[in-house]
Every structure is written in C-alpha cells, then in structure tokens.
Design a binder for this molecule. Structure first.
Ligand code: 9Z3
Length: 325
C-alpha cells in the first residue's frame, strides 16, 4: 500500500499538517463577502456562452505572500515578486476569452496598468485654473487605455480581483476559489505565479506583541508550509488544469527542479524561469516536452506573457477535449 503519496511524506502526516495550518490560521475577515463574490462570478460565467458551454475560468495568483512574525504584526518575512507576471498574464487570458479570478498581493502590479507611471495619480493628472482636475496630455492615451480596458473587463464580468497579504490569507482564499471552481471541471485553470512562502510561524506559537530587541539575538522556529499544490490537485479541484511556476537563480538546476515539481505535485505544466531573465524567456515543462518561450524583441512592448498564454490556452483546449486526471 502506498502511503507516501509520492511526496516522501506519509499521506496522514500531510493531512494533519494541512488541518493544523487551517485550524491555527487567523480567520479571514471577509470570507462571506469573498464567498458571495465568487458565487456570483462563477454563476455569471457558467451561463455566459449561451451554447450550453461554460466560459473557461482561470485563477491567476500574483505577488508574494508575507509571513507575519508577530500577531499584532510589525515585522514580517516577504517573498520576492512584483506581480508583473500575474497582472500581465491576466490581460492576455481575458483577451483569449477567459474569465479571470486575480488573486493578488495588495500593492502589487495590477492588470492594464503597465503603461502607467509608478505614481499614476500624482503623475498623470493636473490641477487646472478652473479648479478641476484633468489628465495631462502626455499621459492621456495611456490613462484612457488603462481605464477603458479595466472597466470593460470588470463590467462584462471577466475580472474578479481578490487581494491578500499574508500566507494565511492567500491559502484560505485559494482554497475557497478552488472548491468554488470545482463545478467547472476541466474548464477551470490555476495559473500559480504568486511567490509563496515555504516556511511560516504558526499563529498559536507567534508572539502577540512586537518582539523586543533588548532580549538579544532572535531565535525563532519556522514550520514548513504544507504542500498545498498536491491538495489542490487531489481534493480541492481535481479536474482543473494546473500550472505552477518554478523560480531559481541558478539556471543549471532550473529544469531539473521544474521536472521534479511537475511529477511530485502532478501539475499539468510547470513554467520554469530564472530570476534575471524572467521577463525575456521561460520554459514550459510538461510530461513530454520542454517548450522555450521568448519575448519578441523586434516588437516594441512585446512581453513574454503574450506567447506564453498562447501556448497555455492551446494546451488547455486539448485538455478540455480529453481530460486525463
Ligand atoms: C514565479 O516564478 C514568477 O514567474 C515570478 C514573477 C515571481 C518570478 P514578478 O512577479 O516575477 O513578475 O516580479 N512564481 C513562482 C515562484 C515560486 O515561489 N515558486 C515556488 C518554487 O519555485 C513553487 S510554488 O519553489
């Protein structure tokens, strides 16, 4: 009898770790509101194609999760990610006819805002003599495009944005999204571009108040975050098409690690990227292929997410026709 589920961890241990993670997590403040938004979004997109077929829905995760060190949090550990990959991919998924649940880190990059400056409110607008506010001529095209594309996506019901900050919020919302998307079967997709903490401080063993520096060096034990990718595949949404990302700084181990991830968590695809070149090139690893995807440098403004989403949509279409769980 196989009790190690291919992860090298007995299934019972993994189940207990997951249970303990969720039981000890501080409850989500707005879970009713999130549940309601998800229900409406999925209902709307289940009916939207009119030919008896549901629209495909992808959950794009984006940005890094934090690990609080104190319950009344002053300090936290962060994960590197600007959210550019997730935000840009969201635009291309919507263009390809998908509805997107954008699960993003508060303050990270947002879809349709790529061509705006860092502080759009202060840089794009000006105060006029007539005491009104207008868009500066230099930014008018970019602002018009961002506002109209974003409003259209939201108004047509193709974009639902759900923010997170901590690892607790992220995994609790991801679980809600996944169990809600289960009804869509193979039409649902997970595109897990968020940079997720591997270690955390369990809520119950976390200091309540700000840790004092007068007590000398800090000695702290971090526990491993249970591998939710395998639960996502096995229990939360078993039919959904799942894509995770592998980030390394050493190119020599990248593809091997991506391959291990693919098999270990039974992903349909792993997108391998190296930190410094991640905006120019990625490699899509599947069970029988390694597809190198590059940004077209001859086209001004082209981004690697453009060809990447094309490859993914094509493979998802094949999967929808013939899902192999
Ligand atoms: C990625 O690899 C993303 O592509 C990036 C995107 C975070 C590099 P940016 O947000 O960067 O555009 O600045 N995401 C996954 C990173 C991650 O934590 N992967 C885990 C791992 O590599 C597996 S879930 O072990």
């Amino acid at each position: 009898m196989d009790i190690t589920n291919g992860l090298g961890v007995p299934q019972e241990t993994l189940d207990a770790e997951i249970k303990s993670f969720f039981e000890s997590a501080p409850p989500l403040k707005n879970s009713d509101d999130i549940g309601e938004k998800l229900k409406k979004f999925i209902e709307r997109n289940s009916l939207s194609l009119g030919n008896g077929e549901a629209r495909r829905v992808v959950c794009v995760t984006s940005g890094g999760t934090t690990v609080p060190l104190e319950q009344r949090c002053v300090r936290y550990i962060d994960n590197f990610s600007s959210g550019h990959r997730g935000a840009t991919s969201t635009e291309y998924f919507i263009k390809a006819g998908y509805a997107v649940i954008f699960l993003y880190r508060r303050g990270s990059y947002q879809p349709y805002c790529r061509s705006l400056p860092e502080d759009p409110l202060l840089e794009c607008f000006e105060y006029t003599d007539e005491s009104s506010i207008r868009v500066r001529e230099s930014h008018s095209e970019a602002v018009k495009k961002a506002i109209s594309e974003h409003h259209a996506a939201v108004a047509e019901g193709f974009l639902l944005k759900l923010p997170f900050t901590t690892i607790f919020e992220y995994l609790q919302i991801l679980q809600m999204v996944a169990t809600s998307l289960r009804s869509l079967g193979a039409h649902a997709m997970f595109y897990l571009a968020a940079a997720v903490s591997d270690f955390y401080v369990p809520w119950k063993s976390m200091a309540e108040h700000k840790i004092q520096s007068a007590s000398g060096p800090l000695d702290m034990r971090l526990v491993q975050v249970p591998k939710m990718l395998s639960v996502l595949r096995k229990d939360w949404a078993p039919m959904a098409f799942c894509i995770s990302f592998k980030l390394e700084t050493d190119i020599k181990i990248l593809l091997e690690k991506a391959d291990i991830s693919l098999k270990k968590y039974k992903m349909h695809m792993v997108v391998a990227n190296e930190l410094l070149t991640r905006k120019d090139e990625v490699v899509v690893v599947t069970s029988n292929e390694k597809i190198s995807v590059r940004r077209d440098k001859t086209q001004v403004g082209d981004v690697v997410e453009n060809p990447l989403i094309r490859v993914i949509v094509e493979r998802h279409s094949t999967y929808v026709e013939k899902p192999d769980i």
